[in-house]
Design a protein. Structure first.
Length: 428
């Protein structure tokens, strides 16, 4: 079982103020901010991650200032968006050139050498060409016949946002949610992370759906067909040209050959990130506002607060996975029972998080720049943007009995996801 809350009392070593806290969380002083952020920032994965996060913070602050000033914040196609599209088309042009060159070499022949060179070029073109996403096959996927109440809720939110609904819903073990397209007809897919969905109130769930569906209408070029696929292609190139670790003599020569292509690809990828960052940040702010208009300002702000404690949720899930691993699975029935208990533990934990911990996370976020990921503005800025102006009432209200019916529709998926989390842990 998770640690039980126990109230603690001590004096602040900096200013002497009496501090009342919860033994499960960091002890800190609200008067002087002593120990408000005891954890060091997690190291970034690399230069690209650092660049993205730095841009997200800077553009997040600039766009929040625009929101506060009352200036026009609707999505617009500016010079950066045009340049990003041009760069993306250039990237796709390189892939097309490889394919054309490969066909030409195969046709030319050149005593067999052309055939070999052509097949290599065609293989490269195929590997780097934009791929059509398929429905996930490693997590439960629901269609309309599987979950009519859940789809009815998504449809209602989509109408309020002003966009089309989704064709399929995938349920996974992430503490997140996302929208994307799949198939040659670019059908819409909603991905719901069950750990996040379970800890939200019905209103906050509507806010989450409103935010995700709003991305289809807010001009986020990173998710578009041309620019989005170009970014994935460049990321693949960048990964391909990474130096071989612990190289032999031949591999050292290969690493040396990779230096110039790697620098060119990294430069192109960083440039594309810079060109799309501001539009991406604006799209996130606008999606938050549409979420507030759909579910109410209170629900959207509550969603932001839940996002602040995703780190604690991750720790709890890993702890339960470790505990389940030590206990072993004596039977399928016992494993299923533990899986069903997981959601109750998670919900109870979130319900017990004191407001003091949310406030600490908000203050720490101001210092550290907490973000859902490198493509989102800092969470405290998103929250501040929602609190500008008069609170907005909900356009979509939770319907009586719908929450229970949706839970019943998700029952099999909830159990499957919980069993996977207990077996592999989050992020597996």
């Amino acid at each position: 079982m998770p640690d039980i809350a126990r109230e603690t009392t001590q004096s602040c070593p900096e200013c002497g103020t009496e501090i009342r806290g919860d033994s499960r969380f960091a002890v800190w002083c609200a008067a002087c901010d002593w120990n408000v952020d005891p954890e060091e920032s997690r190291p970034d994965k690399g230069r690209l991650d650092r660049a993205e996060r730095a841009l997200a913070r800077r553009h997040g602050e600039q766009l929040l200032a625009e929101m506060l000033s009352g200036r026009e914040t609707r999505p617009r196609r500016d010079a950066s968006a045009v340049a990003a599209t041009a760069l993306a088309l250039t990237v796709h042009g390189v892939t097309l050139a490889l394919a054309v060159g490969g066909v030409w070499c195969v046709v030319a022949g050149w005593g067999g050498m052309g055939m070999v060179a052509g097949l290599v070029l065609l293989a490269l073109a195929w590997a780097l060409a934009p791929k059509v996403r398929r429905l996930p096959d490693d997590w439960p996927v629901l269609l309309r016949a599987d979950a009519p109440e859940l789809f009815a809720s998504v449809d209602e939110v989509a109408r309020a946002v002003g966009t089309r609904s989704v064709h399929a819903i995938a349920v996974d073990g992430s503490i997140n949610a996302a929208v994307m397209t799949y198939g040659v007809r670019r059908r819409r897919l909603l991905v719901l992370g069950m750990p996040l969905w379970e800890v939200l109130t019905p209103g906050e769930r509507i806010a989450l759906l409103g935010h995700e569906l709003a991305h289809y209408a807010n001009g986020d070029t990173r998710n578009g067909l041309v620019v989005g696929s170009a970014m994935r292609t460049l990321s693949l190139w960048h990964h391909t040209f990474q130096p071989i670790p612990h190289p032999s003599l031949i591999e050292m020569a290969v690493n040396a050959l990779y230096v110039v292509p790697r620098l060119l690809v990294r430069g192109a990828l960083v440039l594309l990130v810079r060109l799309t960052s501001r539009a991406g940040m604006r799209a996130e702010y606008l999606a938050d506002r549409l979420a507030a208009r759909t579910a109410s300002t209170q629900a959207a702000v509550g969603l932001m607060d839940r996002l602040l404690i995703t780190g604690s949720l991750d720790v709890l899930l890993r702890s339960e996975a470790n505990r389940a691993g030590l206990a072993g699975s004596r039977s399928v029935r016992a494993a299923t029972a533990r899986a069903d208990e997981l959601w109750g533990l998670l919900t109870a934990f979130v319900a017990s998080v004191p407001e003091r911990e949310y406030e600490r996370q908000r203050r720490a976020g101001v210092r550290r720049g907490h973000q859902v990921d490198a493509t989102h503005p800092p969470t405290h800025l998103r929250r501040a943007s929602l609190l500008v102006g008069e609170p907005v009432a909900a356009a979509v209200l939770p319907r009586a009995g719908r929450t229970e019916r949706i839970t019943a529709e998700l029952a099999a998926a909830r159990t499957e996801v919980a069993r996977r989390l207990l077996r592999d842990g989050p992020g597996a």
